[in-house]
Design a protein around this ligand. Structure first.
Ligand code: AMP
Length: 500
């Protein structure tokens, strides 16, 4: 296979010879065939090469979610380049950091941002692609008809995805052809995706979830997708009767539950609902099953590792857990270099073909987190339940140390979430003159207003005193990013002076 492009060969295998089969249905009723998808990707590859892209060069991309952006991803990899997608929400000054760090050969942006981007792009060529898939890149691509994918091996880089950077600067996670191909093949098989599937794709494609989990799994299975530019409850509910699978973040599920049109009949053709990127509340799990008859399959992963664990396809999908390590992936839970006893909390580490190659131009950071024997320290705190299901307890950076005692936010949050009148909660540590940090609960009521006693009094006898919140803040909703992750950093900043 050395003369082939490792990832493209695999992504193309299932659809090869099925040129007229549909890859994507779009909301306006049009479709794109597999033949058209890959033909367009080739013309993009040719256009990038014409603009000076050489194997190993980065292509930084900050564009709306379109099928042409998917073709740009495939075209970049075909041309031997390294795809570098960026959140459309990043401002020009944030973009400046990524461009200076990654030194791409080509930058593709929305035409509205062309001039601002060109001003910070250095020697990179700036091309455009708009929300309709038009722009200077599309014009350049239209001048070409064919392209032979550049040979790339399993170990060559296919993508750099920047982590969301909740602490310090964002880091570029380097993902090889084999990292992406092997993980998506594992997921396709584990979740039983075939050419008969119709996957509702409503996730952003600048993140591992929408780009690699959803798109690559569909391609590897030769399945069809319903391609939605963003989350849209109406569009998802309309697509459901002819779809078979949905991949979403937990907020997709809570928002769909808010819609009375969601019921068993509407979900009758669906075979699989998958959730990840943030913890799914047990309550959401249960409500979803009651309304649709389906148990959501929760999985766990991160930019650096692709997907690492998943609940089983057959067998019990256990709410509040992320299941077991995927085939080929090893997991262990350690504290200070020693594995913890069964059931104890520690830091989750994973090893396998899914684990990235290191952080772009950050050898020290890489050495801190990626051990020489291949284990990656995820920074997530976890434990296993009595049957070995992995439970994610939160980021280790969110651990609270109050008066010298450790408090794991999830333990307190789970109890608060179960109280009457509570929709959800986030527990954080806030600087405190006596205790170092104090436990603070941020609570979202589900209906009538609550007071601090409603939250703290029921914890007596169920939680050690030092774990009780010293203050309770009530908010109408928790701050979340586009992937549904609660922004604890924002909450800590807001509450920073509560005790000082
Ligand atoms: P990202 O790199 O943006 O995909 O973020 C990865 C992080 O999201 C992980 O390190 C976890 O903290 C969190 N995460 C992903 N999936 C889950 C899940 N199913 N349950 C809890 N946390 C999750």
């Amino acid at each position: 296979m050395s003369d082939q492009n490792h990832l493209i060969t695999r992504l193309r295998a299932a659809s090869s010879g099925r040129e007229d089969d549909i890859f994507a249905h779009t909301p306006d009723g049009t479709t794109m065939s597999y033949g058209a998808l890959f033909a367009g990707a080739k013309t993009m590859a040719a256009a990038l090469t014409e603009h000076g892209l050489r194997p190993g060069d980065r292509v930084a991309v900050q564009v709306e979610k379109t099928l042409q952006a998917i073709q740009l991803y495939l075209g970049t990899v075909m041309a031997g380049g390294v795809f570098l997608p960026l959140n459309t929400a990043y401002t020009t000054s944030e973009l400046g950091y990524f461009l200076a760090d990654a030194t791409p050969r080509v930058v593709v942006c929305d035409p509205a941002r062309r001039d601002a981007t060109a001003a910070i792009a250095g020697t990179a060529t700036v091309l455009t692609l708009d929300a309709d898939g038009a722009g200077s890149l599309a014009i350049a691509a239209a001048r070409h008809t064919s392209f032979t994918p550049v040979p790339r091996t399993a170990d060559d880089l296919a993508a750099i995805l920047y982590t969301s950077g909740t602490t310090g600067r964002s880091k570029g996670a380097m993902l090889s052809h084999a990292n992406l191909a092997s993980n998506s093949e594992t997921l396709r098989d584990h979740w039983r995706f075939t050419a008969d599937d119709v996957l509702i794709h409503a996730l952003p494609i600048f993140h591992t979830h929408g780009l690699f989990v959803a798109t690559n799994v569909a391609l590897l299975a030769g399945a069809s997708i319903v391609f939605l530019p963003k989350f849209d409850a109406d569009a998802i509910l309309n697509a459901m009767p002819r779809a078979t699978a949905l991949m979403g973040v937990p907020t997709f599920y809570t928002r769909l539950l808010d819609d009375p049109r969601l019921d068993r009949a509407r979900a009758a053709n669906m075979r699989l609902f998958i959730s990840g990127s943030a913890p799914l509340l047990v309550d959401t799990h249960e409500k979803w099953q009651a309304r649709t008859g389906h148990r959501i399959l929760e999985r766990y992963g991160m930019t650096e590792t692709n997907m690492s664990t998943s609940n089983p396809y057959d067998g019990e999908r256990r709410a509040g857990t992320v299941g077991f390590p995927l085939p080929g992936v090893e997991a262990r839970i350690r504290l200070k270099g020693t594995e913890v006893a069964p059931g104890e909390i520690g830091v989750l580490e994973v090893r396998g073909p899914n684990v990235f190659q290191g952080y772009w131009q950050m050898p020290e950071k890489t050495a801190e987190e990626l051990l020489p024997d291949g284990w990656f320290i995820t920074g997530d705190l976890a434990r296993r339940d009595k049957d070995g299901y992995v439970i994610i307890v939160g980021r280790d950076k969110d651990l609270i140390i109050t008066g010298g005692f450790n408090v794991y936010p999830k333990e307190v949050e789970s109890l608060i979430d179960d109280l009457p009148g509570v929709l959800e909660s986030a527990v954080i540590g806030v600087p405190h003159p006596d205790f170092g940090e104090a436990v603070v609960a941020v609570v979202v009521p589900s209906g009538a207003p609550l007071n601090a006693t409603d939250i703290i009094a029921p914890l007596a006898g169920r939680l050690a005193r030092f774990k009780h919140p010293k203050q309770v803040i009530f908010l109408p909703e928790l701050p979340r990013n586009t992937m549904g992750k609660v922004q604890k950093k924002t909450l800590r900043e807001t509450c920073a002076t509560l005790f000082t």
